[in-house]
Ligand binder design. Structure first.
Ligand SMILES: NC(=O)c1ccc[n+]([C@@H]2O[C@H](COP(=O)([O-])OP(=O)(O)OC[C@H]3O[C@@H](n4cnc5c(N)ncnc54)[C@H](OP(=O)(O)O)[C@@H]3O)[C@@H](O)[C@H]2O)c1
Length: 248
């Protein structure tokens, strides 16, 4: 019987995968702290969760670009929750670039949310879990991190950073009882991919959350759904001179 989580913190919980994870964890009796910028969205989700009879989540308005606020907010949240055994960093942006567009503003925003925010939150959790000798730390990466994609150079690079960073955390904290899980979803039907075409093996956010929570009981890298593991193993083998001709 797998042990269920009691106190979870989700950063990027106001929509999509983060929202679905919060709903699923709460339905299992877990007290969830939900973090995002849109407090009204968080309030609506929390009301619905409470109405279903699950523990009402705790809500925190926060912009992950404000990394200097993270240490104090992390301490407050763990105190309010009364503990922490699971953290999930799901905040992420993927600005659309036009064919000839190079936007430093979009690129730096992507690095701020997908990289700097992730490090600010996950370093705090890694330190706490290492001291406690237990805890599960989950980063929502992407299959996009496995190759440099012509449509999303900085988004792909931000996820490759997350993959390597999480591997390092796993190797650093595993010996102290901490579980570190890298989640690499393919397309998931959320606002992030709204308007995009050609989304193979598209799954719902709820299905993604189900697979993520199942996968998070084991240390390592989880492709969501599993079909992406063999697909990306092949994609990684495509020589660069061929990959650069593909429109992916
Ligand atoms: N959907 C996909 O196909 C797919 C595939 C692979 C990986 N992913 C990854 O999955 C994760 C979740 O994405 P999603 O699909 O669920 O997208 P989403 O519905 O757009 O959710 C993104 C979440 O990130 C939060 N966020 C964005 N910027 C933030 C900021 N500056 N400060 C705090 N929170 C911020 C948003 O909250 P606020 O706007 O309220 O702040 C929202 O809760 C992302 O890391 C994404 O890269 C998604």
């Amino acid at each position: 019987m797998q042990k269920s989580w009691q106190h979870a913190l989700i950063i990027g919980a106001s929509s999509g995968i983060g929202e679905a994870l919060a709903r699923r964890l709460a339905s299992q009796g877990c007290l969830v702290a939900m973090v995002a910028r849109r407090l009204e969205q968080l309030e609506r989700i929390a009301e619905e969760i409470a109405a279903s009879g699950a523990p009402k989540p705790l809500l925190y308005r926060h912009d992950v670009c404000e990394v200097e606020c993270v240490p104090a907010l992390f301490q407050k949240i763990t105190h309010d929750l009364g503990g922490l055994d699971l953290i999930i960093y799901s905040a992420g942006i993927m600005p659309i670039l036009a064919e000839h567009e190079y936007s430093l503003e979009k690129d730096l925003a992507t690095i701020d949310v997908n990289v700097r925010g992730a490090v600010a939150w996950l370093d705090m959790a890694a330190e706490r879990f290492e001291r406690a000798g237990s805890g599960t730390l989950v980063g929502i990466s992407s299959v996009a991190g496995d190759r440099g994609r012509r449509h999303f150079p900085v988004y792909s690079a931000s996820k490759a950073f997350l993959d390597t960073y999480l591997e390092g955390l796993r190797n650093r904290t595993g010996r102290y009882g901490v579980r570190v899980v890298t989640v690499k979803p393919g397309p998931v039907d959320t606002p992030l991919v709204k308007g995009l075409k050609n989304l193979p093996f598209l799954i719902s956010a709820d299905r993604a959350a189900e697979l993520i929570l199942k996968g998070a009981h084991r240390d390592g890298v989880v492709y969501v759904p599993r079909i992406w593991r063999p697909i990306m193993a092949i994609v990684r083998l495509i020589p660069s001179f061929i990959f650069k001709r593909l429109n992916v």
